[in-house]
Design a protein around this ligand. Structure first.
Ligand code: SUG
Length: 441
């Protein structure tokens, strides 16, 4: 089994809309000028780097934005041009919440279980409903179509509908899920920030996004052994410091898990459960607030790194450039490498365009553990090789602007350019019709 990294291609409307309260970077950079072309190129460079390490890398397409069907549902009428112009009036908020390129953060696209952990022997994917933020709640329909186009073989893959139930089953996808594995077996860590039913200690300043009930439903839907699932509570102080998803303060894969002391409320219980399920092979590294203040963890994102298992069995961390520049974050990552565990090196990568919206390397990828036969059964041309990388770079250079402000979204040319680009992309990736403007069902 190999963990395939499915990265989201950054969409042509990548902009700083200031749309995510509780996501410190999004609020801080709201209204600034973005560079969609540079953002897409940074993402592609990261994918190329990962593939160069010998790790399987794949791509997921961006979504069509501004999303005209949603704008029409909000009551804007007339031609596409009229809809966009009316939604852009005043403070342009309606247009902004329908124009984010947020589908690029594919750690929030879905939650995934490998076939070897599911009792029916299939790979399970549930697209996240992303109920908590309007601009993200319009992603699941297209995400479902895209995943069904790629994971089309129903004998091997089950792509479920997003969870029902509105805010009570609010689900943010794999950003709150970690699969660990040793020779003793696998363990699934499903973290949550609030309960739909029942009392809990919640954050005071910022919203908690994932519900415990959503996490429990995913474990059941994916046919996991309940005895191998744990459901820790995200620390409310961590959320209030800006850890809106678990992956802002914790990351792990295989036999390695690192976390900040403000990631979970009861880390003692979590570690005891993991030790019981995974035995002594599991290596954990904890950062205290003294060693790594929460502000540094949130600003520099050392935990929002990719932990990648290389073909020789060793691991590397792919961290954002910002973590190299932050003394405390860098010292922590250096301690991880020096500690004698499976992680042999830290590589730093510049994904600043995404970071300014609160999305680090780990947000930009969805991990899908697949057997070789399952990789061979994927539909479309989504596995990255040199030729696809070159084709995607040329596609970005042909279609993307190098400057975009939230107010530019009112220009109907932005929507037209996006549709032309995405139509071409679906042909390049061999996906068929996945967008509303292509008449997808
Ligand atoms: O949902 N930012 C995203 C960042 C998602 C990061 N993902 C993970 N941690 N896995 C969010 O808050 C900002 C968009 C804006 O403000 O324009 C945004 O949606």
């Amino acid at each position: 089994m190999r963990e395939v990294q499915f990265d989201g291609l950054v969409g042509p409307t990548h902009n700083y809309g200031g749309l995510s309260p509780g996501n410190v970077a999004s609020t801080l950079h709201g209204g600034q000028v973005s560079n969609p072309r540079a953002a897409a190129r940074e993402g592609l460079a990261k994918m190329r780097f990962v593939q160069g390490l010998g790790v399987a890398q794949a791509v997921l397409p961006p979504h069509d934005r501004p999303h005209l069907p949603t704008l029409r549902r909000l009551g804007f009428t007339g031609s596409d041009e009229q809809v966009i112009a009316a939604a852009g009036e005043g403070d342009g908020f309606a247009l902004r919440i329908c124009s984010s390129a947020s589908a690029m953060w594919t750690a929030n696209a879905a939650t995934v279980a490998p076939s070897r952990d599911a009792s029916d022997g299939r790979v399970h994917l549930t697209p996240a409903n992303l109920q908590q933020m309007f601009h993200r709640a319009i992603e699941p329909q297209t995400t479902t179509r895209v995943l069904r186009a790629i994971f089309a073989d129903e004998a091997r893959f089950a792509v479920h509908d997003p969870l029902p139930g509105g805010g009570q089953l609010a689900d943010e996808g794999a950003a709150n899920h970690t699969r660990l594995e040793t020779s003793a077996g696998a363990a699934h860590v499903f973290a949550w920030g609030r309960c739909a039913w029942g009392a809990f200690a919640g954050p005071a300043r910022y919203p908690a996004r994932q519900t415990r009930e959503a996490s429990q439903t995913l474990a059941r839907l994916h046919r996991l052994d309940p005895a191998r699932c744990v459901f820790p509570h995200q620390h409310p102080e961590g959320i209030d410091a800006g850890a809106f998803h678990t992956d802002v303060m914790a990351v792990g894969t295989g036999r390695f898990f690192m976390f900040h002391e403000l990631a979970f409320v009861d880390e003692g219980q979590l570690l005891a459960d993991l030790r019981r399920l995974l035995g002594d092979e599991l290596v954990t590294v904890r950062a205290s607030s003294h060693e790594l203040p929460a502000e540094d963890a949130v600003a520099a994102y050392p935990f929002n790194s990719q932990v990648l298992a290389l073909p020789d069995g060793s691991m590397v961390i792919l961290a954002p450039e910002d973590a190299r520049e932050d003394a405390a974050a860098r010292a922590f990552l250096e301690r991880v490498v020096a500690g004698g565990g499976p992680v042999r090196a830290v590589h730093y990568i510049d994904v600043r365009q995404s970071m300014h919206n609160g999305g680090g390397p780990a947000c930009l990828r969805l991990r899908v553990p697949l057997e070789a036969s399952e990789i061979a059964a994927l539909s479309g041309r989504v596995l990255l090789d040199r030729a696809l990388y070159d084709a995607l770079c040329a596609w970005v250079d042909r279609h993307y602007r190098d400057r975009l402000t939230p107010s530019d979204l009112a220009d109907p040319a932005v929507a037209r350019e996006g549709m032309t680009a995405l139509d071409e992309l679906t042909k390049l990736l061999g996906l068929g019709a996945v967008y509303d403007f292509q008449g997808a069902p």
